[in-house]
Design a protein around this ligand. Structure first.
Ligand code: PMP
Length: 454
């Protein structure tokens, strides 16, 4: 599992031109490039190396897409093998040995009770494409239209996926409360908050005046990612499964971000033991290359041949890289490793909350970790502090650590390190993070005149 560090590249000033040209040629919608002004030229495992020769510990993992970090040897080898074999690189839907091997590996890792009677559909390459396919599937299978989705959800960028995501208004989507312990919509948190969130859903479904038409499906993330790393309690997930099963409403688990060991189980639904009707998979399943698919109960498979699912649904390199990744995670018990290491890191980060008032909450599951930053003001919980979160991200970068931001008000610093993270690397990540947090907090206190040691 040891990762070899790349040799440093010769420092160059050419990257300054690369950085300078970007804003005049690329869209104003760029996100990562604004907060991470680096020019990556080489990468291996946890480490990215910039053109200026600086090295960074990458806890963004390409928006959570790299289970094994950058350029893992088994991934590179799988890609090279396909390239050297002369196999076609792109063949939508056709049976190929590469796809056959990927599908076999995928079914071997899926929860047994789900895989026993499931079908897979390869979609266009993005998570959003697979979400669209899942929504079309349940709408076609049930003949219904309405969708149940949750506050804080993030399912992608295409019309249907966006409509299911938080912040969208769509007459076909009914928005339900997601159990967010720290900022409980019912003001109670804990088990009671989750119970009230479940009751809200039950009440809505059983309203005799038909406040909600019988829905085509329910879509949820077992751990909300972009929404701020919010793990759903297992009891709540089981209730959602019961409520939907009793009413023949297909349950779609969006595991685009939580899949492939990230949360400490191979699939996040395994923590609660629920068996969904549809699973949406992307990001890590392509082993760093674009791949997306849905897996679902065979009896939902009633759409006619030819239902569109995107041209690029036959990327052989992605399938080979994905199969190698799935196999490596399975054979090396990396989901279990993520659980142990993640719990340790969570504990250490929680220790920071005791000494930093700006740390409102530390939460996560496995190696999907979030630190919610708050303004030191009265109120329980204290208000989110997006400016401080951005400052922490900048301070992390200047210490050679890449972190993501998320959450409903961009006030959650997110850590998504590769599952291959070593103990030593975890210590380095936490040291740099603690240092960055202290520096950003001090600077904020100086600005507001509340610095205890000016
Ligand atoms: N579902 C979830 C849970 C996601 O986190 C994302 C992307 N962050 C998507 C769907 C959409 O994936 P993509 O960006 O590849 O379209």
């Amino acid at each position: 599992m040891a990762v070899t560090e790349p040799a440093p590249a010769a420092p160059t000033v050419a990257h300054e031109g690369t950085l300078r040209r970007q804003p005049s040629r690329e869209t104003a919608a760029r996100t990562y490039a604004r907060s991470l002004p680096i020019v990556p030229v080489r990468a291996r495992g946890l480490t990215i190396e910039g053109a200026d020769g600086r090295r960074y510990l990458d806890c963004g993992s390409g928006a959570g897409a790299l289970a094994l970090g950058h350029n893992h040897p088994v991934v590179l080898e799988a890609i090279r093998k396909v390239l050297d074999s002369g196999a076609p690189l792109h063949v939508p839907d056709l049976a190929t040995p590469v796809k056959d091997a990927f599908t076999t590996e995928l079914f071997a890792t899926l929860p047994r009770r789900f895989a026993e009677n499931a079908r897979v559909r390869f979609c266009g390459p993005a998570g959003s494409d697979a979400v669209e396919a899942a929504l079309t599937l349940v709408r076609t299978a049930t003949g219904r239209d309405t969708l149940l989705a949750f506050t804080g959800a993030s399912h992608g960028t295409t019309a249907g996926a966006l409509a299911a995501s938080a912040g969208a208004r769509d007459a076909r989507v009914i928005r339900l409360p997601y159990p967010y312990d720290y900022r409980c919509p019912f003001g109670v948190g804990g088990d009671r908050g989750a119970e009230l969130a479940a009751r809200w859903t039950e009440d809505l479904l059983d309203d005799p005046r038909g406040a909600a038409p019988v829905p085509a499906g329910m879509i949820l993330e077992p751990v909300q990612g972009e929404g701020g790393v919010i793990p759903a309690p297992d009891t709540w997930l089981r209730r959602m499964r019961e409520l939907t099963a009793e009413r023949s409403i297909p349950l779609i688990a969006d595991e685009v971000q939580t899949g492939v060991g990230r949360t400490g189980a191979f699939w996040a639904v395994e923590h609660s033991g629920i068996v969904p009707d549809v699973m949406v998979l992307s990001k890590a399943i392509g082993g760093s290359l674009p791949l997306a698919l849905i897996v679902y109960r065979a009896d939902l498979d009633c759409w006619p041949p030819g239902t569109p699912a995107g041209t690029f649904r036959g990327n052989q390199l992605a399938m080979a890289a994905g199969a190698a990744t799935l196999a490596y995670v399975r054979e090396n018990g990396l989901a279990g490793r993520a659980a142990v290491l993640g719990a340790r890191m969570l504990g250490q980060l929680q220790g920071l909350a005791a000494t930093h008032r700006c740390v409102g909450d530390v939460r996560g599951r496995g190696l999907m970790i979030g630190v919610e930053l708050v303004a030191p003001a009265s109120g329980d919980p204290a208000p989110p502090d997006p400016a401080l979160a951005a400052a922490v991200q900048r301070e992390c970068l200047s210490r050679g650590l890449i972190v993501e931001l998320g959450g409903r008000r961009s006030s959650v610093v997110r850590l998504l390190p590769p599952l291959t993270l070593t103990d030593e690397q975890a210590v380095a990540v936490l040291d740099r993070f603690a240092d960055a947090l202290a520096a950003a907090e001090r600077a904020a206190q100086r600005r507001s005149g509340t610095d205890p040691c000016p």
